[in-house]
Ligand binder design. Structure first.
Ligand SMILES: [Zn+2]
Length: 479
């Protein structure tokens, strides 16, 4: 299934944003508008329909704001598992209510551009962030030549939009990094982690570690975990001897580390929220899947290792939107926030990642995984509620790749790990994690994943597209 050649030089949205990638080929739009088929009937028809009152797409394809929400590892089986457990088999999650739905392919490539059928988060994120396929492990750089590719966040910023990037993982982890940074290997998260990225060091003319580049790229709102990488000391360049956190302060960022800090943040001052040393602790707990299955279990909807002071992804998302919106209303975000009739700002771009769906899938922990999917779904609701009142907002939700969990018959005997859950509607459900040696981490899979959207340009996600098409959907809507 070779896709059309990716060598066609194509007009890049927002005026050949060759800031970073002079000479880098940009993919064709290829299958981005598949046949203009009929609008999806809406996933929620006749059901309990969390989101069935979807805002009808604004006319035309121009968006003022774009919110991209990525459930890491959130394939159809992960969505279905969270749905079955919480709202029931015939219920609907918030993410099920988008008026436009399609599927996209997620494969990555090798150094020569040949398909690798199972992607990691770095290559897949590079796909939508830049419109280009790359090799597994690489962050927004080309596969063979290792050259930086401009990202949708960088392009939005260049265009004058307010920008935000938030996650439940390390802020330097692959999915947020694909918008903020360009490195050969996703492991190069802090100044002390640069072994695999010799050409990306400041001394060699690169941008430095992902943490350093996150600061220099300079999104207005940055939130996640991963404080340990920002607390490393910069070893070369103008900030040599400072920690990356100090570098961020010097660049004007206000650093917050908990809920109250997040609440006190003010528009006009760039915000760096680092809410955990590494990944933000998950919301739910339970027994991990085991060989031969588990006793039927109910999930615990709390986690003793998650401090009360940790903001939810839902609240991070609503605060990010408030701050970015206010930022666009006036220079300091104060004077022009109220009332209508103001000269409209340029809008904002925000990426939100629910990261630990993937991480809990890797460790075969169904309760952790469902809790993170539900937490992500609440963030989707925040975005959809905002878009209902601001129909000039394109909201897209998707995943970076599919994952291991499968819902199997209760009398099946999976060869790997399994657990039986009792759902909220009182029914037994067996989930299997059996796509790798049970003693090893469970793996991503290469199947296509759902993409759904509302607002200007949303119809472009219908049918079967590729992950790289999302770049053109977003940059095209903001053009
Ligand atoms: Zn993963």
């Amino acid at each position: 299934m070779p896709r059309p050649a990716r060598s066609t030089r194509r007009r890049l949205a927002w005026g050949t944003a060759a800031v970073l990638a002079a000479g880098v080929a940009v993919p064709t739009l290829a299958q981005a508008t598949p046949g203009g088929g009929p609008a999806s009937a809406g996933a929620s028809a006749g059901a309990t329909a969390a989101g069935s009152a979807a805002a009808s797409p604004a006319s035309g394809h121009k968006a003022k704001n774009v919110i991209v929400l990525i459930g890491d590892g959130m394939g159809d089986s992960e969505i279905t598992l969270a749905r079955d457990y919480t709202v029931g088999a015939n219920g609907r999650l918030n993410m099920d209510g988008f008026p436009r739905t399609g599927a996209y392919t997620t494969y990555s490539v090798d150094e020569k551009g040949k398909p690798e059928y199972v992607t990691d988060s770095a290559a897949s994120g590079t796909g939508w962030a830049t419109g280009n396929k790359t090799v597994n492990g690489r962050i927004s750089k080309t596969p063979g030549t290792d050259k930086p590719l401009p990202t949708m966040l960088e392009l939005a910023k260049k265009k004058g939009l307010a920008t935000g990037n938030i996650t439940t993982a390390d802020l330097t982890d692959a999915t947020p990094a694909v918008q903020n940074a360009h490195v050969r290997d996703r492991g190069c998260q802090g100044p002390a982690d640069m072994k695999k990225c010799p050409r990306d060091t400041l001394g060699q003319g690169g941008g430095g570690s992902i943490a350093e580049q996150t600061v220099t790229t300079g999104a207005d709102v940055l939130m996640g975990g991963g404080k340990e990488h920002f607390d490393q000391t910069v070893t070369e360049g103008p900030h040599k001897g400072r920690t990356v956190t100090e570098q961020a302060r010097k660049a004007g960022y206000r650093l917050v580390t908990d809920k109250s800090g997040l609440e006190s943040a003010t528009p006009g001052t760039p915000l760096l929220g680092l809410f955990a040393r590494s990944d933000i602790p998950v919301e739910w707990t339970g027994k991990p899947a085991a060989r031969g299955g588990t006793d039927p279990q109910r999930c615990t909807t709390s986690n003793p290792e998650r401090p009360d002071t940790t903001p939810s992804l839902e609240r991070q998302t609503s605060r990010a939107i408030e701050l970015l919106e206010a930022q666009q209303k006036g220079k300091n975000g104060k004077a022009k926030v109220k009332g209508h009739g103001k000269k409209p700002g340029k809008g904002f771009f925000l990426q939100v990642e629910g990261a630990s769906i993937d991480k809990q899938d890797h460790v075969a922990d169904p309760c952790g995984q469902i809790g993170e999917t539900v937490a992500f779904d609440r963030a989707v609701k925040v975005a959809r509620d905002y878009a209902r009142k601001h129909p000039d907002t394109l909201v897209v939700t998707s995943a970076d790749h599919a994952h291991a969990s499968q819902i199997v018959p209760t009398d099946a005997k999976p060869a790997g790990l399994a657990s039986t859950l009792i759902t909220d509607e009182g029914r037994p459900l067996q989930v299997s994690y059996s796509n790798n040696d049970p003693a090893a981490a469970q793996e991503h899979t290469g199947t296509q994943v759902r993409i759904a959207a509302s607002g200007p340009g949303a119809d472009r996600v219908q049918g079967v597209t590729d992950q790289t098409d999302l770049f053109h959907t977003v940059t095209g809507a903001l053009r």
